[in-house]
Design a protein around this ligand. Structure first.
Ligand SMILES: [Zn+2]
Ligand SMILES: [Zn+2]
Length: 536
């Protein structure tokens, strides 16, 4: 059996493992690459996926970094089944459509900018039609029920406790009487997660485990105080008649926040006259999907439902799908809680609520998720005095709360605890879905405490897995990380500086405004070079 790493190798996004076995090609996940420009270019270069040669996909869960390139695969000729659990399929149908809409809007915006410069228009990464094509290929499977997508290949989805419908996969391949047992962890959840059940333990003793390592270097701090902290934000803004603004991802996080508010309400810590606006069309649709799948909830939430209580239909909740309803929130006087996407404040309706409230000392902003470097959310968390939002500088006067306990990922000790259920000492662990630093730390821990062999695959690397043998690695470094010719680039810069010098004599003869303009340009270039140098 051969595996190629088409993403989430020494990075977190773009999960896709292309497998060849028994003369067939199939893949686990097909995520979008997200991050800087160099990483995102990988979304354009999908010919290496060879979409029309893929027989089927196994999708662990609906997050875009595991599913976001499925529409592109459908556009490029993939027409086989996409296996996933029923709730994952339901979430995918809204999330892929939403992702396609973003791609189309981005392309319109980029084209407008280019056409003004006389450049060619761009086409979107994929369209709503491609997303619909991918959605039509979804094929639902149940947790814990093995199935055979192709002769000789048996697959079982098991609850990963990460988001609604998320799974880890057990794959057993029988090739010429040789059996290879592989487990893909997908994204592993926390045992204490509010809505979904705890992660199951694997039922097979694997030869190889592809293990996520997002939080391989740390545990989540203050996991159990999240609700209390949310209560503190309310206790701060409510008497001051301010708004509590919660930027949240549409899927799972929004519902967990609603659940926490519901528990606060039971504890008498949620004032009766405090409306909760859920102001995100995607989050509203996702909440509806949660409500259609109560059998996937954990026992606590199931028991509440049985008593006739439902956190998603508290009387205080006001769902505001339309633009008019959303805009009306701005005119709402008095305290309120507003939950909106995006979770990192770089897109969506949350930006409008921040513009209306960030500068108000009576408001509070409650961060309940990871804030990526460079996002407005990260700047606020890092203590910026003012940030640019919707093209306007806005002062940060609101009280800022950062709550760590809502993570959908297992922390370091939770990964280690789950891993301890694999007892074969021949198990080989391949760390994926993590930054290099956290992978290095987790690898050390696994070697030291569990004495297992650990490998850290890199992008585009190909491995041949044969139980009982060394893992054979073929890597095409030139393709994955093309060498940068620094010498040539610096020579080019020096040649340009020489050219500038050769023309310098003409400058004093130019009129003053032109000289001033050229001087400013040169100062800007010098500043840019110094910023570059300081990063080296
Ligand atoms: Zn995930
Ligand atoms: Zn992920």
């Amino acid at each position: 059996m051969k595996v190629q790493f088409l993403g989430a190798a020494q990075t977190v996004t773009g999960s896709c493992y292309m497998i060849e076995a028994l003369g067939r090609r199939f893949a686990v996940d097909c995520g979008m690459h997200q991050g800087n420009k160099a990483i995102e270019e990988r979304n354009e270069n999908t010919e290496i996926y060879r979409a029309s040669d893929i027989e089927f996909f196994l999708v662990t869960h609906a997050h875009i970094d595991h599913s976001g390139l499925l529409p592109k695969m459908a556009a490029e000729g993939f027409s086989g089944p996409i296996y996933c659990t029923e709730p994952t399929g339901a979430l995918l149908s809204i999330m892929l459509a939403d992702s396609a809409h973003i791609q189309e809007m981005d392309a319109v915006w980029e084209t407008r900018k280019r056409v003004r410069k006389g450049a060619k228009p761009v086409s979107p990464l994929y369209t709503a039609e491609d997303a619909a094509k991918a959605t039509s290929l979804l094929s639902a499977v149940s947790y814990d029920q093995s199935f055979t997508p192709a002769p000789g290949i048996t697959v079982t989805f098991r609850n990963a406790g990460h988001i609604l419908g998320a799974a880890f996969l057990e794959i057993v391949v029988v090739e010429e009487e040789k059996t290879t047992r592989v487990v893909f962890s997908g994204d592993l959840g926390r045992p204490e997660a509010l809505i979904v059940d705890n992660p199951e333990t694997p039922a097979i003793q694997a030869d190889y485990l592809f293990l996520e390592s997002t939080y391989g270097d740390r545990d989540h701090k203050d996991e159990n105080t999240s609700r209390e902290e949310l209560g503190q934000a309310i206790a701060y803004s409510y008497p001051r008649k301010g708004k509590v603004i919660i930027p949240a991802f549409a899927v799972e996080r929004t519902q967990e926040v609603l659940y926490s508010l519901f528990l606060l309400r039971k504890e008498g810590k949620l004032p009766k006259d405090l409306p909760i606006f859920v102001d995100s069309p995607l989050a509203i649709k996702a909440t509806e999907i949660f409500r259609q799948h109560p059998q996937y909830y954990d026992d606590d939430l199931k028991a509440l439902l049985q008593q006739g209580e439902d956190p998603f239909s508290m009387p205080e909740i006001r769902y505001t799908p339309s633009m008019q309803e959303s805009q009306a929130i701005n005119a709402y006087e008095g305290p309120a809680i507003i939950i909106a996407a995006s979770g990192m404040c770089n897109a969506g309706r949350i930006r409008h609520h921040l513009r209306h409230n960030l500068w108000r000392p009576e408001a509070s902003i409650v961060f309940v998720g990871y804030q990526g470097v460079g996002t407005p959310g990260r700047k606020i968390v890092d203590g910026a005095e003012s940030i640019r939002i919707l093209g306007e500088d806005t002062a940060v006067r609101a009280k800022i709360f950062t709550i760590n306990g809502f993570s959908a990922h297992a922390g370091q000790s939770q990964i280690m605890a789950w891993l301890a259920s694999f007892t074969r000492k021949e198990l080989k662990v391949l760390l994926v879905h993590g930054e290099e630093k956290s992978q290095g730390i987790l690898a050390g821990l696994i070697r030291e405490h569990l004495h297992l062999e650990v490998l850290i695959p890199s992008y585009l690397e190909e491995m041949t897995l044969l139980p009982g043998r060394e893992v054979m690695v073929q890597a095409d470094r030139t393709k994955a990380e093309p060498t940068v010719d620094w010498e040539l680039l610096v020579q080019d810069l020096e040649a340009k500086a020489a050219l500038l010098r050769s023309r310098m004599a003409a400058l004093p003869g130019r009129d003053w405004p032109t000289q001033a303009e050229l001087r400013d340009k040169l100062l800007e270039i010098n500043g840019e070079i110094m910023r570059l140098v300081s990063q080296i």
